[in-house]
Design a protein around this ligand. Structure first.
Ligand code: AP5
Length: 218
């Protein structure tokens, strides 16, 4: 199963990807998480990536493509994967096609999660995540049992650097300019299923499950 979750920042890709990946028993590969791991290593490459991420811009394609190629070559990704946050522009989408063609595979389905910009801004301003297990919460719609503390490992929850309002607006602009055209790119190949990302997390999961069934993926 080779799936892509497409959507603006804060659309719920990470939240939903965890569920879909569990259901299909494939790894959830999020380029944002992979990049944050590189940033945490404080290498020259990490420092360069951080400059782009903190400004809400895309990290250069060369860096992201090498990172993704390495991740897709790991044993656990051979039976399939769920991509979250990749591809983000046409160059990346075409490079992914080439990588998959080299091993005789293709994408099975692309789910596009649609959420209005105003809702995105509300979601992102309330997002908190666990620095240890990476679980994502929201201060209002998905709070932990104890304020500011992860339910799973008691770590103190943190807010992402790029979740500040001016950076969020830039990330939204980048999405509309560079990533949204991929809806047409995959639509031309009849791979895309668009779902409404507004509603309870469980409702959105049900819509994704239905969309995947409609695409013959179940
Ligand atoms: P990345 O980490 O991929 O961030 P993003 O795409 O901006 O997406 P987010 O993680 O912000 O949101 P999400 O859709 O996963 O939503 P979530 O589930 O957390 O990328 C960060 C940066 O890395 C980029 O800006 C770029 O610089 C770089 N980068 C990454 N990939 C790259 C690439 N391929 N090429 C170049 N650069 C790249 O949910 C958000 C909040 O809403 C949470 O608080 C959650 O609890 C809540 N929520 C979820 N669902 C619902 C719901 N149904 N109702 C209400 N609240 C909800």
């Amino acid at each position: 199963m080779r799936l892509i979750l497409l959507g603006p920042p804060g659309a719920g890709k990470g939240t939903q990807a965890t569920r879909v990946a569990e259901r299909f028993e494939v790894p959830h590969i999020a380029t944002g998480d992979l990049l944050r791991q590189i940033v945490a290593q404080e290498t020259d490459l990490g420092r360069e990536a951080k400059r782009y991420m903190d400004a809400g811009k895309l990290v250069p394609d060369g860096v992201v493509l090498q990172m993704l190629r390495d991740r897709l070559s790991q044993p656990d990704a051979q039976k399939g994967f769920l991509l979250d946050g990749f591809p983000r522009n046409r160059v990346q989408a075409e490079a992914l096609d080439v990588m998959l063609a080299e091993v005789g595979h293709d994408i099975d389905a692309v789910v596009s999660i649609r959420v209005p910009d105003q809702e995105i801004i509300e979601r992102i301003s309330g997002r908190r995540s666990c620095p240890v297990c990476k679980r994502v919460y929201h201060t209002v719609s998905n709070p932990p049992a104890n304020d500011g503390i992860c339910d799973d490992d008691d770590a103190e929850l943190v807010q992402r650097e790029d979740d500040k309002p001016d950076v969020v607006q830039e990330r939204l602009d980048v999405f509309h300019r560079q990533t949204a055209p991929l809806i047409e790119f995959y639509g031309d190949r009849e791979l895309i299923r668009t779902i409404d990302g507004v509603g309870e997390v469980d409702e959105v999961s049900d819509r994704i499950a239905e969309a995947l069934e409609g695409a013959g993926v179940s």
